[in-house]
Write a protein that binds this ligand. Sequence first.
Ligand SMILES: [Zn+2]
Length: 248
Amino acid sequence: MSVITSTWVDRDGLLRSPLLERYGVLAGFTTRAQGSLAGSVFALEEQEQNRRALARGLGFDAVARVRQVHGNTVVRLDRALEPWPEADAMWTDRAGVLLGVAAADCVPILLVDPASGRIGAAHAGWQGTRLRVAQALVRALVGAGSRASGIVASIGPSIGPCCYTIDDARADLVRASGQGANLHERSDGGTTIDLWSANVAQLRDLGIESIEVSRICTLSGGHDLWSYRGRDSEGRYGTQLGFIGRLG
Ligand SMILES: [Zn+2]
């Protein structure tokens, strides 16, 4: 394992969240060590087996998933549903439910409200960030009774500001969403977006005070992580899973 920063713990090839795991949950991000977990060109059956192995290795029956569409819909999932509901964020207050959000360059965001035991996970690429899916998830927890200031968040590996250049049309949409402060002009004229700072700002704006950011770039951070933009010569790539659950 070469990509982890000093605060992250690599256990059996899993990046475990040092902040969230203080609060009685199992939480972190898979790496290539677990294979591809969703949404790539690898065989669906193989990915299902990999998800089952992840869940069982952590003490759960299955991974509860959503069909991600780069939107900002939030669903409550009290068990793994088939077919997966269409959403980009999910939450539960049930023990024994392992939430899993897929990302290969997009940002996986995990939340826990230690006071109530509510947990959540969101998937935010540039579109989900523009649409503020992280805030939609926080609002769902607050709507269920959580205090925003008590929520603790972790932002996992994704494509970083070091590597993520977006075109003018996308940059304009980000500016129109009021998040232009997270765009930066490169010396050669391109525009980069910092999805980490954008999502930190969204969480802070709603009153979340405790936020961990892995600052691991999926593209330039080494070969331990899958990257959509770092796909192989045949165009194949895999997908990580951000996971969070509380054992019953
Ligand atoms: Zn990078």
